[in-house]
Ligand binder design. Structure first.
Ligand code: ADP
Ligand code: MG
Length: 385
């Protein structure tokens, strides 16, 4: 077993005899931001960085879940699950509640969670946490859940216990991804296509601003509501409209006068982003990475100016990248207000760019930038012990 630094829980860790180990990955999304909950198209994949779960069954009804990241233990009775005051505990309890809501019986268990994913940086440590736990419990108690059930359990746990009205992308990418591919996911039909992540001499570089502005949670739900209000207004006259996916730019524009200016602006971003994803997918299939990169820049522009979920630190890094011909595209990734930018960069230019960007970022914000590669990788999986 991996040595885990633990303070108060060193006995628990030392005596742990895991029978099951799960790798649950973080994810990137190349393009298609804030469109999953609007039933649009997204282009994510799991990456080669994980939360690692170890499980053992116990005799009674008591469960212990130890987060090595926080050096904190959550202890609860499996038959008395209810929401907690502590945010991270709700990811765990919410998943168990969702499994139980489906009539499945989970017994007592212990679990150790070790994470190699930065939290709140847009690579969805939350989905990795939810889905790794659901995946592990499915195996441990032979629950007979399908992968798509695990995805939906994670998403619903976030809605009910955590309170974020998230779409399905993060959980889907974490569970369903295939090594060396990106997923083109249609969030309306929940159908996907794997596309080889063939970027030739270009690499996917993540740059973590290491800021996480606390506007993120409330702003996320506000955006969901703003988009919902547009759908409601248009659907009053058009009963075939169930989401922004069913709204063309022409139709939206014909409602401009009837809509709140901000809501109109949000919806126009979403519809344009959907168009960009389709163009980006066609470009990727045609090996036209220049067009692909232009779509990424377009995505950031919309997120910054129309959807207004970016921040100075992210905008600075994206603007900085534009001076480099070796970078084809750059944009903020994830919910926004901090976290990472995702960059498509020529392999020969990486060292120079990372050094220059880190220096400039430090000078401007007095914060250290963290850069790392993301390799398109397999979704949640059992690890041999
Ligand atoms: P992201 O999903 O982009 O990383 P979120 O704010 O959605 O950011 O999720 C981060 C939250 O997930 C953390 O604040 C914490 O509650 C929970 N979390 C993630 N990783 C762990 C971990 N290893 N241990 C405990 N909680 C975690
Ligand atoms: Mg999250």
């Amino acid at each position: 077993m991996t040595a885990i630094k633990s303070g108060n829980y060193s006995d628990f860790v030392a005596n742990f005899k895991p029978t099951l180990k799960i790798n649950s990955p973080g994810r990137i999304n190349l393009i298609g931001e804030h469109v999953d909950y609007n039933n649009g198209f997204v282009l994510p994949t799991a990456i080669d960085k994980h939360i690692v779960f170890q499980f053992q069954k116990t005799e009674g009804e008591i469960c212990n879940v130890y987060s090595a990241t926080f050096d904190t233990m959550l202890t609860f009775n499996i038959n008395e699950v209810s929401p907690s005051e502590k945010e991270w505990e709700n990811y765990v309890l919410g998943v168990i509640n969702q499994i139980q809501e489906r009539g499945k019986v989970v017994g007592g268990f212990d679990c150790i969670i070790e994470s190699y994913l930065p939290m709140g940086s847009g690579i969805s440590s939350s989905a990795a946490l939810e889905c790794g736990l659901a995946y592990g419990l499915n195996e441990l108690f032979d629950l007979g859940l399908e992968k798509l059930d695990i995805v939906k359990i994670g998403q619903k746990a976030e809605h009910t216990y955590v309170g974020t009205q998230c779409g399905i992308m993060d959980q889907y990418a974490s569970v369903m991804s295939k090594d060396g591919h990106v997923i083109q996911l249609d969030c309306q039909s929940i159908e996907h296509q794997y596309i080889p992540a063939d970027f030739g001499e270009y690499k996917v570089l993540l740059m973590n601003t290491n800021v996480s502005h606390n506007l993120a949670d409330s702003a996320y739900n506000t955006r969901v509501a703003e988009c919902g209000s547009v759908v409601k207004t248009i659907a009053a006259d058009h009963n075939n409209v169930a989401s922004l996916r069913d709204v063309s730019l022409e139709l939206l524009n014909s409602y401009k006068e009837k809509l709140e200016a901000v809501a109109y602006q949000r919806a126009s971003y979403v519809i344009e982003e959907n168009i960009r994803v389709e163009k980006a997918v066609a470009a990727l299939k045609a090996n036209d990475l220049v067009t692909f990169g232009e779509m990424m820049y377009g995505s950031h522009d919309g997120l910054q100016n129309k959807y207004e979920v970016s921040c100075d630190e992210l905008d600075f890094l994206v603007a900085f990248s534009k001076d480099y011909d070796s970078i084809l595209g750059s944009r903020m990734m994830g919910g926004g207000f901090g976290g990472c930018t995702i960059n498509l960069i020529h392999q020969d230019a990486i060292d120079e760019f990372v050094e220059a960007a880190s220096k400039a970022y430090k000078e401007k914000f007095n914060i250290d930038l963290t850069s790392f590669f993301a390799k398109p990788s397999e979704g949640t999986a059992i690890v041999t012990i």
